[in-house]
Design a protein around this ligand. Structure first.
Ligand code: GAP
Length: 490
């Protein structure tokens, strides 16, 4: 069941998942603090991603770059000059709106990649006015989204909080490639914070000013374009909104396999592979693939250096919105850093005896906070029969895996012993307050997949209750760890 985003925010606050930052001071727009259970889900989500993309593969290594880096990086990448959104400012009260989002909301038009002229004429045609004071807007103007700061006691040197993690991969490219002894095709992954001074942060965690990204830059030799992993996932089902449909002003979805998308030349193998692998990763953690659609960027949306970009969108209650972008960046970034730093970033191929600049064939970039929202939406179930909310989180993502209850307080000693023993292997909580029914409800609302009740029986067993089916099973205490492990791994 879907609930509006504000209700989801309220639920997250109530259950200790996510708060407005420094809530007691009234919060701060676009900034959030993860509470004791939210941080567990978020850490598990990131660990699952890292395990899938880095630890279980030979061709992708990880890094952890600095949040504040040499400002030359942002000059070279083009962010200092171009990392802008267009802003509408009220001529009277000076209230600010992100132009494309505001006009889209008012007109229902898709304005991805719209120019300043187009936005200005839409404001005029639709007689759009400031929502706060109903006065007219000034012409749209560019607003750079990077947060700046200054370094050192004298505060002289301007620096920026990174607006994406990606550039640290490019800036360290040569060191990473040499130290990890990598030869294309290979990827570099990173999880970390990014900061954007969004004009209109909105929809809770969806558009914030401080967020986290999980990004990969995947480098190939431009003469070898085939993807060795693609065949494994070529039958993945895609719901695709292509550029042609959007240019005609329709939302006609093509249903086809990854292989068909490649055969029809809608995308190349690497894009098909990364999109399919992301769908498959989300599906392995309980997300229904039919809630995703792939949107091809139209020509006017593409950066000049990019030949193609696809978004993986999720059906949020406020519409299909970007969760992941998979862009083709060519040699733009390495080329720019090579030029600005005056360092050679070419690779020498021992086999062909040629030097070349690797091509970024795909940059899959996924938001941690948006993924967190997706997992919550997929899990959220207002179960009328039980009379409480159940979060059907995948056991690998649940903040608490097992909750241990004594049937009565007389069994507290035995139950606490079991709780302590299980704590070595799982995220366990102990709950002795209220009735067992109340404890089940509390566990359901936090998505705890297994509840164990310790009772008076002398058979060496306890009762394990499954969150999703509510079925109860008697399990020998000495077999509990392997029983739970099997269930968690599915
Ligand atoms: N390096 C490429 C890059 O940063 P992007 O499309 O700007 O591309 C990638 O961002 C992902 O980061 C998005 O798909 C989204 O999941 C997440 N993201 C971007 N801006 C965000 C924001 N303001 N709040 C939350 N997540 C955001």
């Amino acid at each position: 069941m879907t609930i509006p985003i504000d209700d989801m925010a309220a639920f997250c606050k109530k259950k200790g998942l996510v708060y407005n930052t420094a809530d007691m001071y009234g919060g701060l727009a676009g900034f959030f603090d993860y509470g004791p259970f939210g941080v567990e889900i978020k850490n598990k989500l990131k660990a699952a991603w890292w395990s899938y993309w880095v630890q279980s593969r030979e061709d992708i290594v990880g890094i952890d770059g600095a949040i504040i880096t040499n400002p030359s990086v942002w000059k070279a990448s083009g962010h200092t000059e171009n990392f802008c959104d267009q802003m509408l400012v009220c001529s009277k009260c000076a209230a600010k709106q992100r132009a494309d989002a505001f006009i889209e909301e008012q007109t229902g038009k898709n304005l991805e990649g719209a120019s300043a002229e187009e936005l200005n004429s839409l404001v005029a045609e639709n007689k759009l006015v400031c929502p706060a004071c109903k006065s007219s807007f000034k012409e749209v103007k560019d607003f750079n989204l990077m947060f700046s700061t200054s370094i050192g006691a004298a505060g002289g040197d301007d620096a920026y909080l990174r607006p994406e993690t990606a550039q640290l991969i490019f800036a360290n490219f040569k060191l990473i490639q040499e130290h990890a002894r990598l030869k294309p095709p290979f990827g570099v992954a990173q999880i970390g914070k990014a900061f954007r001074n969004e004009i209109s942060p909105r929809n809770f965690l969806f558009r914030c000013r401080e967020f986290e990204q999980m990004e990969i830059e995947y480098f190939i030799n431009p003469t070898i374009q085939t993807c060795p992993y693609y065949a494994e996932l070529e039958n993945t089902h895609f719901y695709l909104l292509d550029a042609a449909a959007q240019e005609e002003g329709t939302e006609n979805i093509l249903e086809l396999t990854a292989k068909e998308a490649v055969e029809k030349k809608i995308m190349h193998e690497w894009h098909a592979y990364f999109l399919a692998a992301n769908i498959s990763w989300f599906a392995s953690l309980g997300v229904r693939p039919e809630n995703f659609r792939i949107r091809e960027h139209m020509k006017q949306e593409l950066a000049h250096y990019s030949s193609a970009c696809f978004d993986l969108e999720y059906k949020f209650p406020f519409g299909y919105k970007e969760l992941l972008g998979v862009a083709d960046r060519g040699t733009y970034d390495l080329g720019r850093h090579q030029e600005h730093a005056k360092k050679d970033l070419m690779i020498y191929d021992d086999d062909t005896k040629e030097k070349y600049l690797p091509v970024v064939i795909a940059e899959p970039s996924l938001g941690v906070d948006r993924s967190f929202l997706v997992f919550l939406y997929e899990a959220y179930d207002d179960d009328k029969e039980r009379g409480n909310i159940v979060l059907h989180l995948h056991p690998r993502l649940a903040p608490i895996t097992v909750s241990v209850f004594p049937l009565t307080n007389k069994l507290a000693g035995k139950a606490r012993e079991l709780y302590k023993a299980l704590k070595h292997s799982f995220a366990v909580s102990y709950d002795a307050s209220g009735s067992v029914g109340r404890r089940y409800a509390r566990a359901d609302e936090l998505g705890t997949p297994f509840c164990i009740t310790v009772d008076f029986e002398e058979d060496g067993c306890v009762t394990v209750r499954d969150r999703d089916t509510t079925k109860q099973e008697r399990v020998k205490i000495e077999a509990l760890t392997s029983y739970l492990r099997k269930k968690i791994e599915g």
